[in-house]
Design a protein around this ligand. Structure first.
Ligand SMILES: Cc1ncc(COP(=O)(O)O)c(C=O)c1O
Ligand SMILES: N[C@@H](CCCC[NH3+])C(=O)O
Length: 418
């Protein structure tokens, strides 16, 4: 079954017509399919069956606790980048011992929280961060399990803003410095070296850059072994791309098969941190056409979803398919720019889209399950959208639309006498 498909001219998510969701919860609203999330996670888990391996879903891609809970119930681990994400994982019933903590700027309070929760491993991204983790663990009377994120200096062939494995990116330690830094860490009393990780970028559509990075990382694993430092697990990060339009990225099965082939009979535990490839195509954002405005130059469809709700088109010129929720007979398709109500010229969700539109039409912005709601903001004092999870023929509100009260929560006026 395709997750999102037309039945009787109506776009459905699993067994639920999206018009029903718009009627009940309004627009803009994010809609996720439980089944699609589960299938995407299981594609990784099943490809790794029988191995010492963990699939740590990258929480940043979609951190709604209902989404995390669906994955936790399947036994997923989680890749976090903040204390906030750890809190979400724990509230969602995630197992702390399957959590890895990535990110270049972990704060002392975040390290303490993660140590006390009993996470599996800190993915350390600099020498200064190594010192901090060791000091904080010492002050807590603990030993932190650590891995270094190595920057292998390979070109992931993706958008420059989401490429992370090049020398001039801020991520990870320089691969040429790694032996020295690992040796320093081995001398420290409050860290325990367990792994090595790398993550070279996001939305990769070829296996080759992953394998290039793996080659370089394996050379390092062997060099360390010669120094008596044993790497127990390799964490290859996330990054596998999805189809937004006509991309043909490898499937998780193909990607993992290629990795396993390269690893041969090495005894290394494996961790993956997929985000986008689990969540992106499990979700759409519903939005409604408010007005149509045609000039000599352009046809604008003004919709109720905007860059604050879904920033990828404005930020990366990302293309996401936009399709009608109800297919219309009659009328003609024209080319439209789909623009939101935010006061920015860059506020568009799609440009030059051939659509047959009338005011009031519902549209679905596709592939919006990852890096959608999580990157939403309150810019222009717009409340963030609702989120709904579909499970077979049921729809569940998993995050309420923000109200005007939510918008000013935590703010206060200066005292009257000032
Ligand atoms: C360290 C790390 N792990 C995992 C991910 C998830 O990546 P993706 O959503 O491309 O799978 C990211 C984001 O790119 C990341 O920075
Ligand atoms: N937010 C990005 C991906 C960033 C990946 C996080 N390291 C996107 O929408 O494509």
């Amino acid at each position: 079954m395709d997750t999102f498909e037309y039945r009787n001219e109506q776009l459905c998510c699993e067994e639920v017509a999206l018009t029903r969701i718009a009627e009940e919860f309004g627009t803009p609203t994010y809609v996720y399919s439980r089944d699609a999330l589960e299938r995407a996670y299981l594609a990784y888990a099943e490809a790794l069956e029988g191995r010492d391996a963990l699939v740590c879903y990258a929480v940043k891609a979609n951190s709604n606790i209902a989404v995390l809970n669906v994955l936790a119930r399947l036994g997923a681990g989680f890749d976090i980048v903040s204390a906030g994400e750890l809190e979400r994982v724990l509230r969602a019933g995630g197992d702390a011992s399957k959590v890895v903590f990535s990110g270049v700027g972990k704060q002392p309070y975040e390290i303490i929280q993660a140590l006390n929760a009993g996470i599996r491993c800190f993915n350390i991204e600099s020498e200064a961060e190594l010192d901090r983790v060791n000091d904080v663990a010492a002050s807590e009377g603990k030993v932190a399990a650590i891995s270094f994120r190595v920057n292998p200096d390979v070109d992931a062939g993706t958008h420059p803003y989401i490429s992370t494995g090049l020398k001039d990116n801020k991520f990870g330690i320089d691969i040429n410095e790694a032996v020295r830094i690992y040796k320093r860490a081995a001398e420290m009393a409050h860290v325990d070296i367990v792994g090595m990780d790398c993550h070279i970028g996001s939305q990769l559509t070829e296996v080759a850059p992953f394998l290039d990075a793996l080659d370089r990382v394996l050379v390092l694993v062997d060099k360390l072994a010669n120094e008596g430092i044993v790497i127990k697990h390799l964490d290859l990060g996330g990054g596998l791309g999805v189809c937004y339009t006509d991309e043909e990225p490898p499937t998780p099965q193909e990607y993992i098969a290629a990795v396993l082939e390269k690893l041969g009979d090495r005894e290394l535990g494996l961790i993956f941190e997929p985000g986008r490839s689990i969540a992106a195509n499990a979700g759409v954002m519903l939005t409604r056409v408010e007005f149509l405005k045609c000039t000599d130059e352009k046809n604008f469809a003004i919709i109720d979803g905007a860059m604050n709700d879904l920033i990828r088109p404005a930020l990366y010129s990302a293309y996401q398919e936009i399709v009608p929720v109800v297919l219309r007979e009659g009328g003609e398709a024209k080319s439209w720019d789909l623009v939101g109500p935010v006061c920015e010229t860059g506020d568009f969700l799609g440009k030059d889209r051939e659509l047959n539109l009338e005011p009031g039409d519902l549209l679905a912005v596709c592939s919006a399950g990852a890096y959608g709601f999580v990157m939403a903001s309150n810019y222009n004092s717009r409340g963030r959208p609702a989120e709904v999870m579909v499970d077979d023929s049921q729809q569940y509100l998993i995050r309420k639309r923000e109200t005007l009260t939510d918008l000013v929560r935590g703010e206060q006026l200066l005292p009257k006498d000032r």
